[in-house]
Structures are given as C-alpha cells and as structure tokens.
Design a protein around this ligand. Sequence first.
Ligand SMILES: Nc1ncnc2c1ncn2[C@@H]1O[C@H](COP(=O)(O)OP(=O)(O)OP(=O)(O)O)[C@@H](O)[C@H]1O
Ligand SMILES: [Mg+2]
Length: 265
Amino acid sequence: MSDAPRLAAPSETAPLLAVAGLHHWFGGLHVIDGVSFSCRAGAIKAIIGPNGAGKSTLFNLVAGSFPPVSGRVSFAGREVTGLPSHRIASLGVSRTFQSSRLFPGMSVLENVMAGRYARGRSGFLSGMLRLPAARRDERDARRRALETLEAFGLAELAGADARSLPFGRQRIVEIARALAAEPRLLLLDEPACGLNIRETERLGSLIQDIRSRGVTVLIVEHDMSLVMGISDEVVVLDRGSLVAEGTTSEVQADPRVVAIYLGDA
Ligand SMILES: Nc1ncnc2c1ncn2[C@@H]1O[C@H](COP(=O)(O)OP(=O)(O)OP(=O)(O)O)[C@@H](O)[C@H]1O
Ligand SMILES: [Mg+2]
C-alpha cells in the first residue's frame, strides 16, 4: 500500500444537503427568495426567523412536499429537486411537522412502526398479500420501533394510544417515528413548540444524542435557548431571504439579526 495521502472521496467533503438559488411563490407571494445554504454531515443546523419567514416552506421544498418554482436541492451528492416526498424519504430524509401528526387510533408502537415503512423493501401488493418480504419488513419495523422507543425511554408506553399521551410525549413519539426510518438527515419543525422548560431541555439532550448516533439534524425553532444551546450553525431567514448564516455567536452578533429580532428591520 502506498503511504501517499489519500485524496478524500467527493462524498466525504460534499455537504449532505445543499440548496441553491431556491425560489418559491404562493399565488403572488414570493415566499422563498433565492435561498442557498448547505449542511454538512454530522451537524446540528438551525433555521430561525420570524413567523412567516418561509422556514416551513423551505422544509417542504427539501422534503419534496412540492417542487420549488426554481433552484436546486441536492442530498448526499445527488440532485433531488422535484422528486416526490416518498422518494426523498427513501434516500434518507425524515421529518416531523410543525403541528402534531400522529395517527389517531394507533398505539405508540404502531405510529413508530409506520415511520419505518419509508425504508421497507416490499411493495404495496406484497403487503396486501402478506408475502414473506412484507412479513419480514413488518418484523424489522417492530424490532426497530421497539429499539427506538427503548432508547427514548418510551418503551413502557408502546401499547398506549399515541394521541392520549401528554403533548410533550407526543412530540417525542413523532421524533421516534421519523427516526424509525433510519434517516441520514432529520428535519425537525418547531419540536419545542408547546413544551415546558424541562421538556425543552430534555429535547435538547435528545437531539444531541440523535446527532451522536450519526444523524444530521436540521431544526426550525423559535426557542432561542434551545437553538443557541445545541446548534453548530444557524441560518436566519426573513421574508423569504437568507439574511445571515454562521455559528451561534456569529449570528447573535450580526446587526441584521439583532434588528429582525428587535422588530427594527
Ligand atoms: N400552502 C400555502 N399557500 C399559500 N401561502 C402559504 C402556504 N404555506 C405558507 N404560505 C405563506 O408563506 C409564507 C411563509 O410561510 P411558512 O409557513 O413557510 O413560514 P414559517 O417561517 O414557517 O412561519 P412560522 O414561524 O409561523 O411557522 C407565509 O406568508 C404563509 O402565509
Ligand atoms: Mg413554520
């Protein structure tokens, strides 16, 4: 073997997620206005900004809920712009939503198992016919969901009706459901919304733990103590435009960010 330094493979240096020149309109409203940024593998990156800044829309564009009017999204070195959400999910992007979306009438375990199906290999037909591949997928989903619940300290609630849990627990179940698909990138849209201070602190530790397991985290959040406590980098959006990007101390010291948060922009 040669002692010469090994050139890094492109996948080791390229960001896990990159968005470039993204634009989106709703009706006449320019909601995302030329946004470009990237997120390296292994980071916790936050997207902050006032209500209506376009944060959730940006998540929807990354996750493939709808295609951007223009611009590009690439994930793990391949362009995913315009791919439907289930394709992007199968490539390794999972998300939670700003408002709770647990399935009614299903237990915690079933909700988390449902998150696994983005990864299942068997198709709809084999599921209907209970073919061996579908049964194997279901066994995998159950095992993996139980492991995730265990790791989150929720194992004893596996059989409970998910929607009957206290709100803070429901939010954690939603994160567990997103992780059951074993994503490389997890998008969290306001996970601390409605949580009390202690729950928010626990959520911060949980997100750091998720990152330490090798999952990159992109988080939209209004709770600044959480954002500043756990993020490696922060993107600031205002009225659809990226106004600042940097470390937590860089963005906190940025006069444009201060102006936005003091209502002075
Ligand atoms: N489906 C839609 N149709 C029309 N307008 C929309 C739609 N979704 C969002 N908008 C508008 O786009 C703008 C950005 O909304 P978005 O939900 O992305 O903001 P946000 O930064 O996530 O805000 P918040 O912090 O309140 O969640 C807002 O003016 C919103 O009213
Ligand atoms: Mg939002």
